[in-house]
Design a protein around this ligand. Structure first.
Ligand code: V47
Length: 353
């Protein structure tokens, strides 16, 4: 059977098939990706009203792609107190946020309870706000630092009010590339194991892929297939989020940013290859808002949220430092021919705008 016949008949693609997708014309890929998107979600585009919080940038690891983290000696290091974090949530709750998305660096100075107790405090004060927190990279760091098993940490996360896990720390699963861009932090096998355990405990998470640095197209497909395999086993992933590499202020020194065409192809391919993922998220902070809007026609059915403030991607050059207004977001989705649907963090529909 040819690749096109497989696409026409919705047959699952092998790794070899999927690599060949990149050779297809962008609009051919878009046609197939959009067909799947429309079957699953019609013209609906999901977003949420959320607040990103990055409580500390002090990091014991050195990921070469990262512009956010600071060493202990860096004069620009910061660590928020719980009171400061709660004040942020208080102010954001007035703006109608339904989710806080909390991601920190791997700070060896704060102690385990600084990481954990803040979730409990947020939940106690704002029981209706969904807490999406702790990437697999942070969980691995805490497990090593405090001599805990992943299972013990997962139990602590649930006991402290964490509702779901974000998809960060996945980067690229290929072990050789991973070693070069973020050797020393959570390995591929560990990242997958942590998500497996989280799912087995009855919880949901997301999965990301950082692309546009030193990886090849083959590495991206390999990454997607490893996620597809785990999703077959657990069904615990809500969304796949391809993160476009931001090139500024980091050690990788990637001179050539990805073309819009390559980014759109990657969204479309992820929609086709990840046949067991309901949601493909074009995270506007890394793709730019304009490309995220176009990505709606190339398989993406989710644009993440209003963010309010963001420090990781914006440190590397993205224009996401101050989020996006709900009204503006909704108008942009509508004007591009799609239906803006506000969702909660686990994809229940809250409001058609
Ligand atoms: O894992 C770091 C990435 C991630 C850069 O689960 C960079 O809903 C681009 O995971 N260029 C953290 N990306 C953010 C993340 C995320 C974002 C939005 C939604 C969700 C979700 C998760 O940020 C890290 C890393 O891959 N990152 N540096 C950079 N220079």
């Amino acid at each position: 059977m040819t690749l096109i016949e497989k696409l026409d008949n919705n047959i699952r693609l092998t790794y070899e098939d999927a690599v060949k997708l990149y050779d297809l014309d962008l609009f051919v890929l878009g046609k197939y990706a959009n067909k799947i998107r429309e079957t699953r979600h019609s013209k609906k585009t999901y977003f949420n009203i959320n607040r990103h919080i990055n409580p500390t940038n002090v990091c014991k690891d050195v990921c070469h792609f990262c512009a956010y983290s600071a060493s202990r000696k860096n004069p620009l290091q910061y660590t928020l107190t719980h009171e400061e974090i709660l004040e942020i949530v208080k102010n954001s709750s007035k703006n109608g946020i339904k989710e806080v998305h909390i991601v920190s660096a791997h700070n060896p100075d704060t102690g385990l309870q600084w990481y954990m107790d803040v979730f409990k405090k947020i939940k106690a004060a704002y029981p209706n706000i969904h807490v999406k927190a702790l990437t697999a990279a942070e969980i691995h760091f805490l497990a090593e630092e405090y001599n805990l098993t992943y299972k013990e940490l997962i139990k602590m996360m649930v006991d402290h009010g964490i509702d779901s896990m974000p998809g960060g720390g996945a980067e690229i699963f290929d072990e050789k590339v991973r070693k070069r861009i973020c050797g020393g932090k959570v390995t591929t096998a560990q990242w997958l194991e942590i998500h497996r355990l989280w799912h087995e405990a009855g919880n949901k998470s997301n999965a990301t892929m950082l692309f546009g640095h030193i990886e090849t197209r083959e590495h991206r497909i390999d990454h997607m297939i490893r996620l597809r395999d785990l999703q077959d086993e657990t069904g615990g992933f809500n969304a796949f989020i391809p993160l476009v590499f931001q090139t500024k202020n980091n050690y990788l020194k990637v001179k050539k940013a990805l073309s819009g065409q390559e980014i759109l192809k990657t969204y479309a391919i992820s929609r086709i290859v990840l046949d067991n993922f309901s949601n493909i998220k074009a995270y506007w902070a890394t793709s730019t808002v304009k490309l995220a809007l176009i990505a709606q026609e190339f398989g993406a059915n989710d644009l993440d949220g209003t963010i309010e403030k963001e420090s990781i991607q914006s440190a590397a050059g993205a224009s996401s430092a101050y989020g996006i207004e709900v009204k503006n977001f909704v108008d942009l989705i509508k004007n591009s021919g799609f239906i803006p649907v506000e969702r909660d963090s686990i994809y229940n529909e809250l409001k058609v705008w």
